[in-house]
Design a protein around this ligand. Structure first.
Ligand code: SF4
Length: 381
């Protein structure tokens, strides 16, 4: 795909309103809608813009806050259907996620939905989501979406608080028929400033564990950890099942524990590694429209590039010099001379949060630091 011409995914923060108050919320969502949110007509203008994009038409992902708090959700999705613009939703689990609303969205052509689940047990998830009973509600919501014919993706944010539950979360998702698990690596924006990230040496352990978790019929993706692609590539070069990744890649106790727990619950892998190969990153294949129309490279990268109130989102995406540099992999530091610069490119959001430079290297990645794994990382596939 030519990501210079158009993004693959356009995230639109349709509203700031959300009935939840999650401790790590990127959007710092609030109870009520914000007065400066895009109007219905301005939302339709985004849809018009995407309908005119080169094929394949970018997917519009309605996020928030909680997109179900937009009273014009039916009108917007119906309009997108008439123009053949694919729409996915990322709602909060609340009473607004009702059978009637889901039936309406399916009738309007929406078939992909993502929900958040941040713990394998109620206590962990509800500490993060701040709503008693929300864990059981989320499990019920997965079933409700499936009953209405949605392909369900679960998003989990990784933080110190829940990292040891990742194997149990993976097991829970596979057993509940979830098709895609998208694992977010926390960036200190919004309320995420107050949350403890995992230790720097644990990023590598978690990525290797995710390669393991992607071998049970469920696709695994990461957000703000594109170096997962490097790890997946390294593991693909060592397909021999007799090799212990913990030894081969000098991994830590977190990997060993998560790997052992996954095997204990799920047994031997049942599928090939299901992990995407499309080399997107913040600003390359991905762009984000805020609630007030301001455009950013991604939801976790608060660097405003312009507003859809002045220009089309595709024009901003195509012409912005920072996004052009990101797409051309013109990075600084380790990411600048890494053999995975294009395939991975590091988290631009984490680089920006750490240094104020969206082209700096990603401080979470351990590659090209002093300790190197035994695999020969010549050129990526
Ligand atoms: S150094 Fe940068 S480009 Fe290379 S693998 Fe790490 S994050 Fe990716």
């Amino acid at each position: 795909m030519d990501f210079d011409r158009a993004p693959r995914l356009v995230f639109w923060e349709t509203t700031k309103a959300c009935p939840l108050a999650c401790v790590h919320c990127r959007a710092t969502a609030q109870r009520d809608r914000a007065p400066d949110e895009l109007t219905t007509e301005e939302g339709k203008a985004i849809i018009d813009d995407l309908a005119a994009a080169p094929r394949p038409t970018p997917v519009l992902i309605l996020t928030g806050g909680d997109c179900l708090q937009r009273p014009d959700l039916g009108e917007l999705t119906e309009y997108a259907k008439t123009l053949d613009v694919p729409v996915a939703i990322s709602p909060s689990v609340s009473p607004s996620l009702s059978a009637a609303t889901l039936s309406m969205l399916r009738a309007n052509g929406v078939r992909n939905a993502s929900l958040s689940l941040d713990g394998a047990i109620a206590e962990t998830h509800e500490q993060i989501r701040q709503v008693p009973g929300h864990f059981a509600d989320t499990i019920r919501a997965i079933s409700l979406l499936q009953e209405h014919g949605f392909a369900v993706q679960i998003n989990s944010a990784v933080m110190a608080q829940n990292v040891r539950e990742l194997a149990d979360i993976a097991t829970l998702l596979v057993r509940n028929g979830v098709r895609t698990w998208e694992v977010f690596f926390l960036i200190a924006v919004g309320r995420g400033h107050a949350i403890a990230e995992i230790e720097s040496h644990e990023y590598e352990d978690v990525c290797h564990f995710l390669v393991d978790a992607a071998q049970y019929g469920m696709t695994v993706r990461t957000v703000e950890a594109p170096f997962f692609r490097r790890v997946r590539d390294w593991r693909a070069r060592r397909p021999d099942s007799s090799i212990d990744p913990a030894v081969e890649f000098r991994l830590g106790p977190l990997y060993r524990d998560l790997h052992a727990r996954l095997r204990e619950q799920m047994g031997e892998p049942t599928s090939r590694v299901l992990a995407p190969t499309v080399a997107t990153r913040d600003g390359k294949g991905i762009v984000f429209v805020g609630h007030d129309g301001r455009v950013y490279p991604a939801g976790f990268l608060p660097l405003p590039l312009g507003s859809v109130r002045d220009k089309g989102v595709l024009e901003i995406y195509r012409d912005d010099p920072v996004l052009k540099a990101i797409r051309s992999a013109e990075f600084h530091g380790r990411c600048g001379h890494c053999e995975y610069a294009d395939e991975c490119g590091g988290s631009r959001a984490r680089a920006y949060a750490a240094t104020g430079d969206p082209l700096a290297d990603d401080p979470a990645c351990q590659h090209l630091r002093c300790a190197t794994p035994r695999v020969e990382a010549s050129s990526p596939r």
